[in-house]
Design a protein. Structure first.
Length: 354
């Protein structure tokens, strides 16, 4: 008896399609017949899936223009869904911890899945900013942080897609996808009071137990001691609001920033629309561009230094964009900036957002 096969659309970025790296990140979506790159391994791992076509896109292009880019992708796919032999599943990635790729995969799955009324599944690391943004709307198979987890990631992507196609029972624990925060009523053998006492006793005895309602885990950062005399302190300015010199010389990304910039304040009493702008893509830039001091208050700090309230202002400020930037990147930026500030004798920081 031959195995049933399912026609699939696979979506990958320019890198995994073998077209290039950052220099091709703005590539507009295109479509080719059959499997490409990771899709070839996906078909080998799961013979039940047959890739009808592969969507290839620049991850920058889709992440920064999700509405237009997904509309273009849907137009490219329309001919494949016009006849009776239409695909029944869309898969995207795996994106691992590549933030723009993850954001693009999430956007494509949400838009194409809804438009063609088919299951649409992607795969990425839980640390990917695309995971936080799309996990409540899109099924996301959990992967490793890097491409070394390709085979496992593709396997989970295919398995989850097949289960959704077959309308089989799924769960985050058994099927390795990111929990969507959905509650499901079940019947238990014991009432809640008995179950919680049982868990408490296991905890007291040091035995393993699984909570029925896992709590979120947040970083705890110990606040630094207060500065006793700000008038003798050296202060620095840092922002995740994207205030950069005009023209954004370091090309800091509007979303999912991969870098931060270091910029001189020497000779500047305040920012101006002619000298600075915002690179941030997560808010309306109009008022920030009219007066960048609204996001990073250089003018007010200069006044406080002149009045003796603040001892001095560091000659450089640091800027990045917080919009959809991964926690891992944000932590890395913060550690590097803090290291530089401490080395330069800075005792305090004003950190602004948007």
């Amino acid at each position: 008896m031959s195995m049933a096969t399912y026609k699939v659309i696979h979506c990958i970025n320019q890198f995994f399609a073998g077209l290039g790296g950052e220099e091709k990140a703005d590539l507009t979506p295109t479509i080719i017949k059959g499997a490409k790159g990771p899709g070839l391994l996906l078909e080998k791992l799961c013979p039940a899936l047959k890739i009808s076509a592969t969507i290839i896109f620049g991850d920058n292009h889709v992440a920064q223009n999700p509405d237009q880019a997904t509309a273009d992708i849907i137009n490219l796919l329309e001919p494949y869904f016009a006849g009776p032999d239409r695909p029944v599943l869309l898969l995207a990635g795996p994106a691992f911890n590549a933030g723009r790729y993850g954001l693009a995969c999430g956007a494509i799955c949400r838009a194409a899945g809804a438009h063609f009324t088919i299951p649409a599944v992607t795969a990425m690391s839980a640390a990917n900013p695309g995971a936080d943004q799309y996990k409540k709307e899109v099924y996301i198979a959990a992967t490793a942080d890097n491409v070394l987890g390709m085979q496992e990631g593709l396997g989970r992507l295919a398995s989850l897609g097949l289960k959704l196609l077959r309308d089989e029972e799924i769960s985050p624990a058994a099927d390795h996808y990111l929990a969507q925060g959905k509650r499901k009523n079940i019947f238990a053998d014991q009432p809640g009071a008995c179950r919680v006492v049982d868990m408490l006793l296991k905890k007291v005895r040091g035995e393993a137990f699984i909570s029925e309602y896992p709590m979120p885990v947040f970083d705890r950062v110990q606040p630094a001691p207060a500065i006793n005399d700000l008038s003798a302190a050296r202060l620095a300015l840092v922002t995740s609001g994207g205030i950069v010199p005009k023209g954004n010389p370091d090309k800091i990304e509007a979303a999912n920033a991969q870098k931060f910039g270091t910029y001189s304040l020497r000779g500047l009493a305040a920012f101006s629309p002619e000298s600075h702008q915002t690179a941030h893509g997560g808010y309306d830039p109009t008022f920030a561009n009219l007066d960048p001091n609204r996001v990073l208050p250089l003018d007010a700090v200069r006044e406080l230094v002149a009045e003796g309230v603040i001892g001095s202002l560091h000659d450089y400020y640091y800027a990045t964009v917080g919009n959809a930037t991964s926690v891992a990147n944000a932590r890395k930026f913060g550690q590097e900036i803090a290291k530089r500030l401490v080395a330069d004798g800075v005792q305090a920081v004003i950190l602004t957002s948007t």
